[in-house]
Write a protein that binds this ligand. Structure first.
Ligand code: AMP
Ligand code: ZN
Length: 473
């Protein structure tokens, strides 16, 4: 099939045409969440944009197989193998077992994904399911001389590689060695950049999950899990590996080091990274305590899909700053958009030529380094164009295969939930217009009477900067 998708490959530092190993098929891997706490909306930005990538590939005709791990062991509080195991930290915080914490937050993660219309990957595999695969890969790395035992732990020897810092330019490489200066030095390491494949000497006597291994009872390092889980389900050659930009170093750098040393050949051709969502004080993180979640947005009255739209309106390679003000604007824009689509008359026939023209424009935006905001502009242009309502409706439905904003169903769902049917809504809108006119004519008695009339029917009016809004009492 024709390869027409391009996106930025962190490995080659270029926007590249994507060409999979096998014609028409894509093997895609995503680093999953560390399930010791709720995902914050920053984490979910990464998963939303990866979802857009997967759905774009499917939209243009690829058969995608997507695999995701669940990190339920081995991720320490510092990515450089020091600090406490994050899962244990979660278990202590909530006085539960690690496995109880893992189950609770894995379910919470997929519930958030569901609310954001993020498709569940074809395969989801918790790290604790794959201990024998980790032991096998580490055994081979030891046999091949890429790993060594020190102080009871097994380390990867980065000095055995010609180019360990594959993602960085020369000047960045010098800086990266320094990244580890601020963390406790592990004296077992032969080189500063070496990393743990298997821990037996945890600093914590109460490490809850431990397994037997040829090197003693212990648990795997974080990086090994993604190499093994992806190979288990996608084989020795992978097309696309995804994650947030913080994964580039050390996580993905270490994944490449151990996978290619194990395989003896190149492993993954394209690396797709999503930039961070920040709040005003900087990068969002779970350890900051008071972090933004989907549930919090819902409590504040936002539809989670408004957050999805917020993410789609900016480019995945740019940092994005979260603000309620922008989210409010998105909310108003979303309501208007789905209402407009719901008002389209679906009864006519679809004009195939116009359909093809706008579908091509939409695809072109996404194929151009996943320009999701341009894809939304195409949607708006299409809705304004001089084409039939039923063609517009068919196009909106088609675009939603990628955008996943419930474009053709959200308005009806909202009405159903509010207990207000189309006739009632028309009546409310008419009353709002009458009240506006009364206020303009300074007839405040009439304006108040209209407000009260609606209130008796259980409808509350709110005057906002975007105009008058109504809701059920
Ligand atoms: P974690 O659960 O910490 O392993 O992270 C899950 C995913 O979220 C990873 O792909 C991270 O790179 C990504 N991530 C972490 N923080 C942010 C952020 N502030 N904005 C966007 N993505 C993030
Ligand atoms: Zn990973």
């Amino acid at each position: 099939m024709e390869n027409k998708v391009s996106f930025y490959n962190t490995l080659t530092r270029n926007v590249e045409k994507f060409i999979p190993n096998e014609d028409g098929k894509v093997a895609m891997y995503t680093c999953g969440p560390t399930v010791y706490h709720f995902a914050h909306i920053g984490n979910l930005r990464s998963y939303i944009m990866e979802d857009i990538l997967e759905k774009t590939l499917r939209y243009v005709g690829y058969d995608v197989k997507r695999v995701m791990n669940i990190t339920d062991v081995g991720h320490l509080s510092s990515d450089a193998d020091t600090g406490e195991d994050k899962m244990l930290k979660g278990a202590k915080r909530e006085h539960k077992t690690v496995m109880e914490i893992a189950k609770f937050y894995t379910d919470a993660f997929f519930s958030d994904c569901n609310k954001l219309n993020i498709k569940r990957p074809d395969v989801v595999e918790p790290a604790t399911n794959c201990i024998s695969e980790f032991i096998h890969m580490i055994t081979v790395l030891l046999e091949k001389g890429y790993a060594y035992e020190a102080g009871g732990n097994i380390y990867f020897d980065t000095s055995k590689l010609k180019d360990y810092y594959v993602f960085s330019s020369q000047s960045e490489k010098e800086l990266l060695v320094g990244v580890r200066d601020d963390v406790d030095e592990d004296e077992n390491k032969k080189n500063k950049s070496d990393f743990v494949l298997w821990f037996t000497k945890s600093k914590f006597d109460d490490q809850e999950l431990k397994w037997d291994s040829p090197w003693g009872t212990g648990y795997p390092g974080w990086h090994i899990e993604c190499s093994c889980i992806s190979m288990k389900h996608l084989g020795e050659y992978m097309d696309i590996h995804c994650g947030g930009v913080d994964n580039i170093f050390p996580h993905h750098t270490n994944e490449i080091a151990q996978s290619e040393s194990y395989l003896g050949h190149k492993w993954c051709n394209y690396w797709f990274h999503v930039h961070h969502l920040n709040d005003k004080s900087g990068k969002m993180s779970k350890s900051k305590g008071d972090f933004l979640t989907v549930s919090l947005l819902e409590e504040k009255g936002y539809d989670p899909l408004v957050y999805r739209l917020f993410c789609l309106q900016s480019h995945y390679r740019k940092p994005l700053e979260f603000s309620y003000e922008v989210l409010d604007n998105m909310s108003a824009a979303y309501d208007k958009l789905v209402k407009k689509i719901a008002s389209l008359d679906q009864n006519g026939s679809v004009d195939e030529e116009s359909f093809k023209l706008y579908r091509e424009k939409f695809e072109a935006a996404l194929c151009d380094d996943l320009n999701s905001s341009m894809a939304i502009t195409v949607l708006y242009d299409m809705l304004k164009a001089d084409i039939s309502d039923s063609t517009k409706y068919a196009l909106a439905k088609s675009f939603d295969e990628v955008l996943s904003l419930d474009l053709t169903t959200a308005h009806a769902k909202k009405q159903e939930n509010s207990g207000v049917d189309a006739e009632m809504e028309a009546y409310i809108l008419e009353k709002i217009e009458e009240r506006k006119a009364a206020k303009k004519a300074k007839d405040f008695t009439l304006a108040d009477a209209i407000r009260n009339e609606l209130l008796e029917k259980g409808i509350v009016l709110e005057d906002t900067r975007e105009g008058v809004k109504w809701k059920m009492n």
